[in-house]
Design a protein around this ligand. Sequence first.
Ligand code: BTN
Length: 323
Amino acid sequence: MKDKVLAMLKNSDGYLSGEELSRRLGVTRAAIWKAISALRQDGYTIDAVTSRGYRLQPAADVLNRAEILPLLPASFTLAAVEEVVTSTNQAARQAAEQGLPDRSIFVAERQTIGRGRRGRTWLSDSREGLWFSLLLRPQDEASRLSSITLFTGLCVAEALNGLGAAVGIKWPNDIVGIRSGRKIGGILTETSMEENVVRSLIIGVGINISSREFPSEIAGTATSVAMECGLNLRRADVLTAILKAFDRRFATFVQGSWLEDYRQHCLTLGRQVVIHTADGAQWQAKAEDIDAEGELVVTNEHGQLVVVRSGEVSVRGLLGYNN
Ligand code: BTN
C-alpha cells in the first residue's frame, strides 16, 4: 500500500485528498493515513493541508526500490535494499553462495559491522552515507581482475564529479576531497577463487554523503560530500550514477584503456610519498606513474624506479602521513 500511495503522490502535480487516494486505491482513509505515516518514517516529507490533502516534497533522500529502480541501468539486478545489515559485502557473499547472478546489487541504509580495508571497521551505522556492494561473477583469471578496485574508484570519482562534487583518488582507491585532501569514500573488494579462477568478486563501496561530524579518531582525516562540496546529493542518484559509469566504462576495463583516465583523477601522482615496508621501515619517494597492473611506480632517493604494492603508501598532504 505504501508503494502505491507513494507512486500516486509522485505522479500528482499538486495536492491529493485522502478521500481521492482511498477511492482510487480501494482502501479506507485509515489505511491511507497509515501508509502516509510509514512513508514519513522512511524519510519522505509529505505536506498535509486540511481540505486539500497530501503533497510529496520532491527530492527526498530515501533508499528503496521505488527510488532506485527507475534510474538503474538495465544490466544490473537490484538484489536487496535493506534498512539494516551487518555488512553489504557479507550479504552479497551469502547471496553469491546461493547463486545470484552477475551484477547483483546490495544496498543498505545502515550497516552494523561495516568493514574497511586492512581489517579496519567502516563507520556506516547511519543513513548519512551510501553503502552498497556489487556482486560480479567473472569466471576469469585473477590476474585479469587485479585492478577492478582501481577501476571502480575511477567510476566513483567520475560519478561524484558529474554530480557537482570535486573529488579525486588517493592511490589505490580512497576517494578524497580535492579541497581538503580528506577521505570521502573507500572501496573494499573481496574475492572468492577456485584454482586461480575468480568465482565471485564483491566490490563494496562506502561514501560519506551528508555526514556533518565524525568521531574524534577519524575527525581529522574524514569528510563527506556535504562538508567538502556543500552539496545535498540523493543517495539513489549517487548509486545509479556510479553504476552508469561502471556500465559505460566496462568495455574500457576489459580492453585496458581506462588507466589514462584513472591517472587523470589520481591525486597521488607527482607528489612526495612515504613508503612503509612490511618490517616497519619508512622511506620517501616521488609517485611517478601507475603501471598496467595498477601498481604505483615511484622514484626512490637514489633516482631508481621502484614498484610498490597497495597498503604501503601514504601521501604528503593527503589524509596526513599515517593513512
Ligand atoms: C576502505 O577502508 O577504504 C573501504 C571501505 C569500504 C566500505 C564499504 S561500505 C559497503 C561495503 N560493505 C562493507 O562492509 N564495506 C564496504
